[in-house]
Design a binder for this molecule. Sequence first.
Ligand SMILES: Nc1ncnc2c1ncn2[C@@H]1O[C@H](COP(=O)(O)OP(=O)(O)OP(=O)(O)O)[C@@H](O)[C@H]1O
Length: 460
Amino acid sequence: MKLARNILLVDDEPSWLRSLAITLNRLVPEAKIDTCVDSRQVDNRLALNDYALVLLDLTMPFHSGETLLEMIRSKSPKTRVIIVTGVNEVDTAVRCIKNGAYDYFIKTDNVDDLARTVRRALEVVGLERNYLMIKERFLSRILHQPQAFNNILTCEPALLDQFRYLEAVAMSPEPILISGESGTGKDEFAKSCHQLSCADSPFININLAGINTHAFELQVFGQMTTHDDGEVCAKAGALHHVKDGLLYLNEIGSLPLAAQAKLIDVIEHKQYYPVGSDRPYPVNCKIIASTQDDLLSLNRKGKFRSDLLYRLKSHKINLPPLRERKLDLSMLINHFINLAANEMGLAAPQQPINLTSQLADYDFPGNLHELKGMVFDGVSRSDGIQLNITPFMEAINEGNIGAIKPQDLISFPRELPTLAEVSQALIDEAMSRTANNQTAAARMLGISQSALSRRITKEK
Ligand SMILES: Nc1ncnc2c1ncn2[C@@H]1O[C@H](COP(=O)(O)OP(=O)(O)OP(=O)(O)O)[C@@H](O)[C@H]1O
């Protein structure tokens, strides 16, 4: 399911139908509008199309609006009906609402009010359908399109759960937020979502790290420039190019506050204005954002808007770091060995049997980026038979140096010095390293300057 936006206008007056379609196209640009002038065709049109909303006249030849209302409510209960009629009778209006109409408008009513109601009804239908679909899919616990996850190898139950969740929410009109450290597979998840929701449409990835508001607007919204001679030059942005595909906004935590306000407008109103234009254009794409930052803590520091945070969090995927996915290690190493060997035109070397146990305590701060780099390095240095493990050992050793405590580096003579001697030696060393600056020496030794001064005086 995409956004609920298909509307059928039913009225026996062709000129009214035409003008209503034009007005709604202008005021609710995200809607896709069909018209039907013959009440006998309504049943057929509903069977062929999945309409979110029907705007229905009451008095028509062949079938009255009230008969059609009853038929639509029983045959297409997920379709909402708004009565738009010249009949200004309270009794009729009450009867229609009781029989399931979403709202009732008189043709002379303000058309802006009608447009607002149409937009609200589309949102209600979208949310209802979305909720039902997520519930059905998530409860089934079966992956319907496992091929969408072909590039994400895992046997970790926590990640397999995320596959099911992504499949359930991929068609939702709400945005998805993917969070996780660098290299945990956020881009791969966004690509899987593209496969699941709109594989035949474009996938556009925009990295927001370091972007300013103007650059964001130009890149995402595009620009219209009117020259002095009246000629208009248009430079399309990502929202135009992506059409009904997927827009992936990478590093959303880096977006400046002013640009966040523009983005929330896009998500809320499903429309955007190119720079220099006051004409709204509809947004038809799916939006995924990703972050390495803790957006809640950025929000507390006033660097991330609450409204954007809560809209993005409607569907949230959190990817665990590689250090919490050690079950996957061996499989990922083999996968990257094959990738590397393929790319370098070499025979794929074997993974040493004990490699993963040697890596058991290594944290992989760079996650899969780091593992991939190590394996590629190991393949390029290998003899074609066994993977060269030098890059892994270098990383483990570098990691261990960081973990060494100062006391591990001290070596003692056979006969131990007294505490007083060690204390004096430490003070002398600190004073000599700091050119007799007591404040700096005290900081080095972890005591106050007055405490150091007392000790020095006592020694004298
Ligand atoms: N489960 C996986 N199986 C196989 N390859 C993977 C898996 N997850 C990620 N990769 C690969 O690891 C590398 C890093 O993944 P990816 O770029 O998706 O991470 P990221 O979280 O988006 O990183 P960054 O925050 O730096 O953009 C990529 O080459 C990707 O193809």
